[in-house]
Write a protein that binds this ligand. Structure first.
Ligand code: AMP
Ligand code: GLY
Length: 423
């Protein structure tokens, strides 16, 4: 079988490496991929948001199945377009991808179906939003309705910050038309847990839980990023939290999407906060998380391609999905300065024996040499039988990988280990 993967980061590298474990997989094409993914797939310089070019590629290459891994193409309807030329896909259609594409949709959806989330108000007029904020509870969170590269949620610790957030999003259009509408929501507290779930629209199978580290700098300082490291399983996802999340959030969400005429097929990402009142939804995403995938898929014992095909065919209920009892840690090595200004073009050296556990995100080939080309450059991943060992082993690997201007957090997994009383 030949597979087309749409996307080009560490998440896609992790998906591709896992798909390679299936002996029936022959060619894997990746659009656009990157210099590291090129070791494991045939990469072509087609943007993941250029849907007509992706469709044209699929028409002119022997593609049997497509995995649309990234949010933007999913929200733009890449799956619908590929389906229309007869190519089955892993991933939701446009109607279902709206669960990530519009915060207003997802908040109204959760309210309608009584799914626990932060209290909120929706505004399409900045004056009304500013008026509301004069008496709103602080801290508060201001979110752009539409996609904003993961940067559309502004946590405001003061009233002035909240006024600024509304002006930036609605008046200065920091995120373009994504800020035509906003959600202002209650500030919640508690540890964050990601639960990725396979679903065929009817059956839902949660994967092992994980926890991301969103801030750029060690000690949870600096700006929010796409994610600087992850651990799995998350110690915050206790048996009790898991039971409540399943009953109140995961099963009702999949059933409600079906009831809305938007059955969700693919990977549904539940971003949860474990509050004093139980788990609540921070956000839904319509795809695998990055860098959550880099710790979740290495723990998957079953065949990824079989599971993916089952989500497409509606046979997930008959498919084995098993995770190992071990633990995994991913440490992201970034370019110093990320997520703001950084230099690129530095040669990356990875010892041969580490390639199996390195997932490349921002690197390009230049005359056969792998050089940095993005903010998050790569993730070093270790799988061990417990979290302590996985964290130590991931940092051992990081020390063996080199590029100029490399930056990584030194505390990935530290809080998780403390929560497990292992520190
Ligand atoms: P989002 O883009 O919705 O995932 O939000 C990015 C980050 O902002 C989350 O990972 C949380 O750390 C934080 N956040 C979002 N919504 C809330 C909320 N209602 N209360 C507290 N923190 C939040
Ligand atoms: N790691 C957060 C995300 O993928 O959205």
């Amino acid at each position: 079988m030949n597979i087309l993967v749409v996307g080009g980061g560490g998440r896609e590298h992790a998906i591709i490496k896992k798909l390679r474990e299936n002996p029936t997989v022959e060619r894997i094409f990746c659009l656009p991929g990157n210099g590291g993914i090129a070791r494991d797939a045939e990469c072509f310089a087609i943007s993941s948001t250029d849907i007509p070019a992706i469709v044209e590629f699929a028409k002119t290459h022997p593609v049997d199945y497509a995995v649309v891994a990234q949010d933007d193409p999913l929200v733009l309807g890449c799956v619908d377009e590929l389906n229309s030329i007869g190519i089955p896909c892993f991933g939701p259609d446009k109607k279902a991808a709206i669960i990530e594409g519009s915060k207003v949709f997802s908040k109204n959806f959760m309210k309608k179906y009584n799914i626990p989330t932060a209290e909120y108000e929706v505004f399409d007029d900045p004056e009304k939003a500013l008026e509301y904020l004069k008496t709103a509870r602080i801290p508060t969170v201001v979110k752009a309705d539409g996609p904003a590269l993961g940067k559309g949620a502004l946590v405001c610790m003061t009233r002035d910050d909240a006024f600024c957030a509304v002006r930036e999003i609605m008046e200065d259009k920091k995120f373009g038309a994504s800020g035509d509408r906003i959600v202002i929501e209650e500030y919640m507290t508690g540890p964050e847990v990601t639960v990725l779930s396979f679903t065929d629209g009817e059956t839902v199978v949660p994967m092992v839980s994980s926890t991301d580290h969103k801030r750029a700098l060690t000690g949870d300082l600096g700006l929010n990023t796409g994610g600087m490291g992850t651990v799995a399983p998350s110690p915050y996802y206790t048996k009790e939290a898991e039971k409540l999340a399943l009953e109140r959030i995961i099963l009702p969400t999949v059933a409600a999407m079906k009831a809305e005429g938007r059955p969700f097929k693919g990977c549904l990402y539940f971003g949860l906060m474990i509050t004093a009142d139980g788990p609540k939804v921070i956000e839904y995403n319509c795809r695998f998380g990055d860098p959550e995938t880099q710790v979740v898929l290495p723990l998957l014992k079953s065949d990824l391609l079989e599971i993916m095909l089952a989500t497409t065919n509606g046979t997930l209920g008959d498919t084995r999905v098993e995770f190992s009892d071990g633990a995994a840690c991913c440490v992201i090595m970034a370019s110093k300065g990320y997520p703001e200004k950084y230099e690129k073009g530095f040669v990356i050296t990875v010892p041969d024996e580490l390639w199996d556990s390195v997932y490349i995100a921002g690197a390009a080939l230049d005359n056969g040499r792998l050089k940095t080309s993005g903010g998050r450059v790569l993730g070093a991943v270790a799988v061990e039988d417990n979290l302590r060992k996985a964290v130590d082993s991931a940092y051992e690997k990081v020390k063996m990988i080199h590029f100029e201007n490399a930056y990584y957090r030194t505390d990935i997994g530290k809080k998780a280990l403390a929560a497990q009383n292992e520190v």
